[in-house]
Design a protein. Structure first.
Length: 181
């Protein structure tokens, strides 16, 4: 779907990317927050997001499908709202990098907040493979939204924190059931 949108944006005379998140503009809030992660400036922009998006998204989904769905919604909405609030005025932000950073934060946060061996091990692997992403939360290039990166990371950590209580309760219940009490 993401590739189709890049192709449509390239073929049509009007830019789909104008539907992104326009900072502090009510018309840029909706549908921008929901649509922006689907829109990319071009194939190069999409390629740079695609590998980590798919890899971390699949890993998160395989680890906990329901948590992944909830976390994805939290990440899209909160990172989008954060960008809308803190990006420079009159800028339009598009791309899935906020979601990429959100999945990074979510997977690392699961290790920190859920505190199960599998989640801790997975968070270590994610940090080893994608830890350099963290530098993206600092302003570097004018055309790259560090705001999306920062807000995505924070949204992913918040999603992990919020879902950890449910996860720990499920683990505790499974232990009780296994013990026969």
């Amino acid at each position: 779907m993401l590739w189709l949108l890049v192709l449509v944006d390239w073929l049509l005379p009007w830019a789909l990317t104008s539907w992104g998140i326009e900072a502090r503009s009510w018309s840029g809030l909706v549908p921008g927050v929901v649509v922006a992660p689907l829109l990319h400036v071009g194939a190069g922009h999409l390629v740079s997001n695609m590998v980590p998006l798919v890899l971390m998204g699949v890993v998160a989904a395989l680890r906990d499908w329901r948590g992944f769905v909830v976390a994805s919604g939290v990440i899209v909405v909160l990172s989008g709202l954060g960008v809308w609030l803190i990006a420079p005025s009159a800028t339009v932000t598009v791309g899935a990098s906020g979601v990429v950073f959100g999945y990074f934060g979510y997977l690392v946060g699961r290790g920190v907040f859920v505190r199960q061996f599998g989640d801790i091990a997975l968070s270590v692997v994610v940090v080893v493979v994608y830890g350099s992403l963290v530098w993206g939360v600092f302003p570097q290039e004018a055309h790259v939204s560090w705001q999306a990166h920062l807000c995505g990371l924070l949204a992913g950590l918040l999603a992990a924190f919020g879902l950890a209580r449910r996860e720990r309760a499920l683990v505790a219940r499974a232990r009780v059931e296994r013990s026969g009490f």
